[in-house]
Ligand binder design. Structure first.
Ligand code: AGP
Length: 604
């Protein structure tokens, strides 16, 4: 999830690019860069870290007069955040910026290296500019070369490319990642990943659709649809409020991030989930040799994704897996053995307790792997291997899309490990891969579901507390649902194993105790059903979430019949997230910045 800007016009181009990138920093900021062509002059700057480093580096650079310019803030998916990996990427006389993931970049990179091209970076993006120049030399036509380049790449992309060979043109293409074109009455042309970068500069906008591509010059923009037919550009007025533009029309970043889950999980799987195997380039051959146990350490929501995955590690990969809360692990004098792979899970990669736990494990000589959303974070740098969740920046303090991508990535890693250990068949793996690919659909938020939860939430604004109950992998989901509600509504909620209610907590059951029962059909349904019946018999108020109608429910949210527990898991997860958010909104709380909480807990 990177930020892209582009500009064609007479104004000072550096300032326009930097102002645009500043508005996109929420999309990614581990490195940034700009490239400018005015007449014959090609200039580019890149800097690692926050955008202010690039601003400092370019303070003496000016780019007045007519020209074309592109800029980029990076959220690393392939290759560490270094200056070499920062965009724009340079060929011999062209620059490219890209947001997305090119699934077949290795095949293309090999082909280009074999034809004598030298690569500078570890990124997938760099193949675009070398491919373009290769075809330019073959076809002697820039647009045809660009078109052929786009035809060769698979995956998600938003691309801007400029070349010294045609210094008044920006070539563009969009598939899966956002890209828009802005226009104004000064005949300038703008490109951006989202509205905020061009508010106040453009007054009309066109949102590119998947598969569309073309080229832009000062006095004209030529657009083609996914079938290569010329397409008329129907612009619409551009929003004027920057903050609401960043939220892209949602009321809160948390709401936007819940809706984004269906898309970001596609990125999590890109280049990793193939038809018959799971691939992690990040894991070198032999890294897992000798590993015969898993220990996972995390905090909060990340602990919940860890707990859910522990069922899968033992059930599918047939490997012992235990999960620890980092702040407990640190002081319990744990017994650690070198055959244990120590996994940390962290959205921020800066959680102090998790980082210290990791250092303890490393001092004990264990191999370490982290599942993290922020490349180059402390936990990523400290780990032997980092698998990035690719959720993009998560601004809501209450974690949603990070949890979804952590859980998905762990499911993928379990399958990867099970394959390595030879404990699952090819057929089983292919079946699981088919289910993995159902995840985006399971995470889709429908208007019907959201409005039902909005209506229903009015009944849950009081009461003396909530129990979220579930069994097996739905127990960690119950913990997560309770945490979501607690942290943004400030109402008391507990996640509990459904089978444990009769060992004490059922004493709390009465009509003012709200029980959110996760009742999947694919896993232990009869067991959870009898647990909920016990509660209903004691007059607890029940909100049942299940594909199977449950007549004792006071409220009922029907989910889809699925053929895999993890698909039910993701669908129910979205419901608990929306419920927590709608209750908090009704209570008038700041959903994105709940009281007493920070997005990254770097204190002990
Ligand atoms: C989750 O909604 C909370 N914001 C919190 O529990 C968070 O998951 C926890 O602090 C761990 O953070 P991390 O994933 O960045 O390590």
């Amino acid at each position: 999830m990177c930020g892209i800007v582009g500009y064609i016009g007479e104004d000072e181009k550096k300032e326009i690019l930097l102002e645009g990138l500043k508005e996109l920093e929420y999309r990614g900021y581990d490195s940034a860069g700009i490239a400018v062509i005015d007449k014959e002059h090609l200039e580019s700057f890149k800097a690692v870290g926050k955008l202010e480093n690039l601003i400092r580096k370019t303070q003496d650079f000016k780019a007045p007069g007519f020209g074309v310019a592109i800029g980029h803030t990076r959220w690393a998916t392939h290759g560490k955040p270094t200056e070499l990996n920062a965009h724009p990427h340079l060929g011999k006389y062209s620059y490219v910026v890209h947001n997305g993931i090119i699934e077949n970049y290795q095949e293309l990179k090999k082909e280009l290296i074999n034809s004598g091209i030298n690569f500078l970076s570890q990124t997938d993006t760099e193949v675009i500019v070398h491919l373009f120049e290769k075809y330019k030399e073959e076809l002697n036509d820039n647009f045809e070369a660009f078109k052929k380049t786009i035809e060769r790449i698979d995956g998600a992309y938003a691309i801007l490319l400029i070349t010294k060979d045609e210094p008044d043109t920006i070539f563009f293409a969009k598939n899966g990642s956002p890209l828009l074109i802005g226009f104004n009455d000064k005949n300038e042309v703008f490109f951006a990943s989202s509205d905020t970068a061009i508010i106040g500069k453009a007054n009309r906008v066109y949102y590119l659709e998947d598969g569309e591509f073309g080229y832009a010059k000062k006095d004209k923009v030529v657009l083609f649809d996914k079938d290569g037919n010329l397409k008329e550009i129907n612009t619409k007025p551009l929003a004027t409020d920057k903050l609401s533009a960043q939220k892209e029309g949602f009321r809160f970043f948390m709401e936007k991030e819940i809706y984004e889950q269906s898309n970001v999980v596609v990125d999590t799987m890109l280049g990793r989930v193939l038809d018959s195997e799971i691939v992690f380039d990040e894991i070198k051959e032999g890294f897992l040799d000798g590993i015969d146990a898993i220990k996972i350490c995390a905090c909060g929501t990340s602990y919940h994704s860890a707990l859910a995955s522990s069922y899968l590690f033992e059930r599918i990969a047939k490997i012992r897996c235990d999960v620890e809360i980092a702040s407990e692990f640190r002081y319990k004098e744990p017994l650690l053995s070198k055959d244990t792979l120590f996994i940390t899970i962290s959205q921020s990669g800066e959680t102090a307790d998790t980082l210290e736990a990791l250092k303890m494990a490393k001092r004990a000589g264990l191999k370490s792997l982290t599942i993290c959303n922020v490349d180059n974070s402390s936990i990523v740098r400290e780990s032997d291997v980092a698998l990035l969740t690719r959720a993009g920046i998560e601004k809501g303090v209450a974690s949603t899309k990070a949890f979804a991508t952590q859980t998905l990535l762990l499911w993928m890693f379990v399958l990867y490990l099970a394959s390595k250990r030879g404990v699952i068949s090819k057929e089983f793996l292919e079946e699981e891969i088919r289910h993995l690919r159902e995840t985006p659909k399971a995470l889709k938020v429908t208007d019907k579901l959201h409005s039902k939860i909005h209506r229903l939430s009015k009944r849950y604004l009081h009461g003396h507390g909530f129990f979220f109950i579930g069994r097996d992998i739905f127990y960690p989901l119950a913990l997560e649902g309770a945490l979501k509600l607690k942290e943004i509504s400030y109402l008391h909620a507990e996640g509990y194993p459904a089978g444990e209610m009769k060992h004490g907590p059922i004493a709390l059951a009465d009509s003012e105790l709200f029980t959110i029962a996760l009742m999947p059909k694919t896993l232990l349904y009869e067991k959870i059903k009898s647990n909920v019946e016990e509660l209903s018999a004691r007059d607890a108020t029940i909100l049942a979430i299940s594909p199977e109608p449950f007549e004792l429910a006071d409220d009922f949210i029907q989910t889809k019949y699925a053929t895999h527990p993890m698909i039910e898991f993701f669908e129910m997860m979205v419901i608990t997230q929306l419920l927590a958010m709608e209750v908090a909104i009704r209570l008038g709380n700041d959903v994105d910045m709940p009281r007493n909480l920070a997005k990254s807990v770097t204190v002990e």
